[in-house]
Design a protein around this ligand. Sequence first.
Ligand SMILES: C[S@@+](CC[C@H](N)C(=O)[O-])C[C@H]1O[C@@H](n2cnc3c(N)ncnc32)[C@H](O)[C@@H]1O
Length: 272
Amino acid sequence: MFSYQHIYHAGSFADVHKHVALMLLLEKLNEKPKPYAYFDTHAGRGMYDLSSREANKTGEYKHGIAAIGVDVKLTSALGRYLDLLKTVRAKYGETAYPGSPAIAREILRPGDRMVLSELHPGELTHLRETFEHDRVEIHRQDAMNGMTAMIPPSVRRGLVLIDPSYEVKTEYAEMAPKLAKALRRWDSGIFALWYPILKDARHTDMLSALKALPHDKLVSEFMAPDSIEGHRMIGSGLVVFNAPWKFAENLDAAMKDLRTALYAGGGSHTVG
Ligand SMILES: C[S@@+](CC[C@H](N)C(=O)[O-])C[C@H]1O[C@@H](n2cnc3c(N)ncnc32)[C@H](O)[C@@H]1O
């Protein structure tokens, strides 16, 4: 535990997949004036610097966000995501990369609620610094147990992003029972769980268990082309429970643009 730090992976193709999906889900919640709550169970440090030694040790961002020309003009959600990135970089510098809580900060409205959990002491310190001027709830607590105890929120509308580091192998087996419990407590909440797709496909049992849950769900999988050597992670997956109307179509259009930008149309995206 605590060996994982997201700075080594920030801005990877998987982050772009996950963060575009997050943006789409929050945009949908913004369509109604009623406030909502956003829970980010594995918050990380909030803001990343892609010029850091750690980010450059793996260089994952070079095959992700840095490989997309930021000035490309796109009509899909990928274009709005790049606009959001520009807004963040205007405030934090050209090598900044916003993590999920920082993306949410750009989209949430003044009456909405943001609840962040993080356990890593160093990441937590950075997270508190990132949000020192914001009205955000930050908890040093276990992701799933902490979130489950806080739902449903009184506003009854909202999104839970679950983005584990999968450092502990048992996390895969625990996820479906924990999500089942959370969905029993808040059956109208939107829950988005991210998972890595590795060459050994260790996510498959977890995915089968999640698919068997009696709740409305979809699965989005963005796969890098086979030809990219040296990638331990070959794809990025998301299971979304209670996804809003048109989410699948909008995400698919954005991922088509991402495949064009990164792989000249290679790789694949499936959603359904
Ligand atoms: C993949 S990173 C999160 C990245 C972030 N969601 C983003 O998109 O910018 C996972 C984070 O979860 C934290 N973490 C791991 N296990 C946890 C647990 N049981 N409870 C809370 N946080 C945990 C790690 O310290 C790490 O910062």
